[in-house]
Ligand binder design. Sequence first.
Ligand code: DGJ
Length: 716
Amino acid sequence: MSSAEKFFRFDGQKTSVILYSGEATIPTLLYWGEKLPAAFEAQELLLLGERPLTFAALEREAPLSLFPQESEGFLGSPALAAHREGKHAIQKLQLCDVQSWEDGCTFQLEDQNAALRMNLQLRWSAHDDFLTSWSELENLGPETLSLDHLACPTLPLLPGENEVLALGGRWAGEFRWERSALTPNLALSIEQRSGRSGPEHFPGCVIGTAGFDETHGSVLGLHLAWSGNYKIRIERLRDGRGYVQAAGGFMPGEIQVEAGARFVTPRLMATRAMGLEALSQRFHSFLRREILPTWTRQPRPLLVNSWEAVYFDHERSRLEALVEAAAAIGAERFVLDDGWFLGRRDDRRGLGDWQVDPGVYPEGLRPLIDLVHENRMSFGLWVEPEMISRDSQLFRAHPEWVLQVPAYPWLEARHQLVLNLSVEAAYAAIKEQLDALLRSYPIDFLKWDMNRILVMAGDQEGRARAWQQTEAVYRLMDELRSAHPQLEIETCASGGGRVDFEILRRCGRAWTSDNNDPLERLRIQAGFSLFFPPEIMGAHVGSERAHISGRRSDPHLRAIVALQGQLGFELDLSRSAEAERAALVPYVALYKEHRHWIASSRVFRLPQLRPGLAGLGYVAAAQDRSLWWISSSASAPVSQEEPIKLRGLAPEQRYRLRVENQNKAELRRFMQKAPRLLEDDASIIASGAALMHGGASLPVLPPESCLLLSCHRLDA
Ligand code: DGJ
C-alpha cells in the first residue's frame, strides 16, 4: 500500500466500518458489516473485491465513493449539482485533507477550478453502531453559487440488499410499512415536497436482503434528520453496485451560496443490523442519548387534551368540568387545544392572532390555569405559529407576509395559508406574540401544530422559500426554548406529519395521529416504533365511538392500546358514563407504575405471528420488567393460536407472567375453559428461557381485542 492510501476503521458493539481512500481519492465505504477481529488486514478486502473492467466501459470504473461525481463517469446520482449562472456546472473535487479521530473523521475535498471546498463529516457512535454524516460546501469563488443538489455522504448497499421498507401514509393513517423491490431498471426515490417530513413519505427507510424480518436479514436503516423537503434515492446500478443517497430537496433557485459562504446539509443517520428488531433498538437508543431534550427523561405526564372533548366550544363551565374530570381520573397535565385565541370560533379564522380571545376568556387564561393548578396539573396550550388565516388581524395588516406568490390564485387548506417566516418582520411578530404568552402565563407545554402543506411556497417576487421556512421554524423553537428553558414542545402536523430526528431535538413528544381508533392505532403505533421509542409517542384514549373511523370499542381496548405510548385522554370525561371512567382508572395506575422504565426500554415486535395477530413488547434495560401487547384485529383461521415466545428476557432468571387486562371475565366468555392466566389474580412463574424458547399459550382472543401481559422478574 502506498503512503497515500489509507484505511479508517470504526468498531461498534456488533459491526465494524472501514473507509478506504486510494491514491488521494475520495473515500469509499469499503466495509460495514459483522464486527471484525482486532487483527484484520483491510488490504485483503481490496484484493478480494477487485472488479473486472468490462468492454465498452471507461478506462477506469467510476468510484462509488462517499461523494460520487459525474466527472468521474458515475451514472447514478452525482452528489453535487451546482453552477454559477451556467458556469462551473461540471466539477471534479479531489481529496485534499483528512482528519480522523476515534469516533469520527472529516474528509476535505477541493476543486480549485470550480472554486469549491467540501467537508464530508462522519461521526461514529460505538454504543449504537450508528453513523451520522453530513456534507458542508464552501463557495471559494467571487460569484454566488446556485445549488441544485447536495447530498449527504453516499452509502453503498451490500450485494443482495434489494428490498426496501419505507414508511408511508396519509392523514389519520400514518407510519404504514410499505415494501418495494429494488431492480436495476428502476431507481426508487422517496421524496417529500410538502415542506414537512410526513405523513406521505417519511425521510428514511430500511434496505435489506430479500424477505428480511424482525430477526433475519442484513439491513441498513437510514434517516435524514430534516423536517422539510428532501429526496432519498436508492439505486442498483447496471454494474451491480447499489447505493443510497439522501439530500435536502431544493426548489429552483432556492439555495444561493454567496461568495465565501457555506451550506450545510441535514444529517443522515444510519445503522446496520441483522433484522429490524436490532435496527429499531439502535435508532431508539441513539435518539434517546443524542437527540431528545433532557426533559423526556423525566416521567411523562399523563395528559388530558381538550380537542375531541370540546372542539371549539370553550364554554367556561364545560372546560372547568373537563379539568375537574381530568384531575379525578389522575391526569397530570391539561392541554387546551385549538379555539382559545382571537376570533377562533371555528377553523376558518384567527391563525396569526395569538392573543387570548377576550370574548371567550374575559379574564384571560388565568382562571382556567389556576383551576388546572389547583387540581395539581400542569398546563399546556395548542398553537400553530407557521400559519395565517385570511380572517385575522395579522393578515389584514400584512397580506404580503403570506408564503404564496401573489400572481396566482392561492390554495388554502383548512381555510388557512402559510406565514412566510423568512420575512424577518413576520418572524418577529409571531415570536413576540408567543413570547408574550409564555411570559404572561405559566405554560409548561406547547402543542405545536402545522396543518397546511407548503405549496407555491414563494415570496412576493416569486422566489422559492421552502427551505428557509423550515430553518425559520427551527430557529423560532430554539429561541423560544432558550428564553423559556422549562418549556416542553410537542410536534404535530395534522397528527404525525412532522416527526423526525431534527424536530425531535426540540420537541420531545410527537402527536402520532389524529386517529384515536384503537385498532387503527395498533398499526400506526407499530409503524411508528420502527424509528421512534414509545415514551415520545402521544397515545390518547378517545371516545367510545372513534371520531375519525366511527368504530366503537370498549374502554379496555382503548386504554390498553394507548398504554403503548405516552398516555392521554381525548374525550369529554365530564360526560362519560361512570362505568367507562371506572374502567379506565386502573390503566392510569398501570401507566404511572411502568412509565419510568419504559422510557429506557427495548422494543420488540414479535415475529412470525399470523396475519391479524400482532405482538409488541417493551423490556426494561435491566431485563427485570416487561409489558406485552398481543392484539387480535381479525379472528384466527385455526381454533387455537400458536404459543407466543417472548423476547429479550434473561434466560436464567425467573419471571412472573400475568394478564393486566381489567376485563378478564369478559375475555373468559370466549372459551369453554380459559387458561389459568385469565383467572382473577392468577400468574405463572417461569424462567426467561421457558418464556422465550418454550412459549406461552394464548386464550381465544376475539377480534378487536388486546391482551396486556406483564412479565416481571421475581425480585422486581
Ligand atoms: C390538528 C391536530 O392534529 C389535532 O390534534 C388538533 O390539534 C387540531 N389540529 C386542532 O385544530
